[in-house]
Design a protein around this ligand. Sequence first.
Ligand SMILES: C[S@@+](CC[C@H](N)C(=O)[O-])C[C@H]1O[C@@H](n2cnc3c(N)ncnc32)[C@H](O)[C@@H]1O
Length: 218
Amino acid sequence: MSIKSVPTRGRTLDGAASIYDFCEPLLLLGKQKEMNDLVISLMQIEPSHRILDIGCGTGFITHLASRNVSAAESGYVLGIDAAGKMIEEARKLRGTETCRFEAVAAEDLPYEDSSFDSVFSTMFYHHIPLDLKLKSLKEAYRVLKPGGRLVIADMHKPTSFFGALTSHISRWLLFQPQIAENIKGLMPDVMVEAGFKEPELVKTYLGYIAIFSTQKNQ
Ligand SMILES: C[S@@+](CC[C@H](N)C(=O)[O-])C[C@H]1O[C@@H](n2cnc3c(N)ncnc32)[C@H](O)[C@@H]1O
């Protein structure tokens, strides 16, 4: 069944859904597994947890995270993406009782307050403009339980010549002005503005990707 994309000012990737799983590991130059493992370990997932993956694409990491939850304990990981084609692909390849996917915009989450134990997002926030970054992070804060953890892996202020080159080439070649805000290092400030505690920069990869971990106040 074809799934409708959700209107958004973010840059969606409907056109890339069928080739995304092939391209992403190449772009991350062999670091994908280490990054994914770190993001998942930072959430300290328990079998009963309900977890939200924002901008999940084809759901590769959603599925990895779902191995840590149990259907018997009502745990699940829910991946959301505004691109209908991404959600179709994700459901076809990886949909299970504990690994669910919905076509939803990150800036307008149709979920109840305090309904998730953790929220995570990988390589998504450079796809949306600054006002939507803030709106989406406020939504993440709202749907998290008090004390719940937010883990984000995304483009950040470059720390090497290679990182700067990659970031600026991506920004101009992909006509993606939203990347500029990540390059300026604005993500931690936006997380704090959305209500989160001061984020910890846990690790950087390839000189342009940072992993942040923070929490909603108790
Ligand atoms: C680079 S992909 C990241 C996919 C996956 N998280 C990963 O790490 O491989 C960014 C995704 O964000 C989605 N996207 C763009 N704007 C969005 C929005 N406003 N709400 C939800 N998803 C959005 C795109 O369709 C795309 O699938």
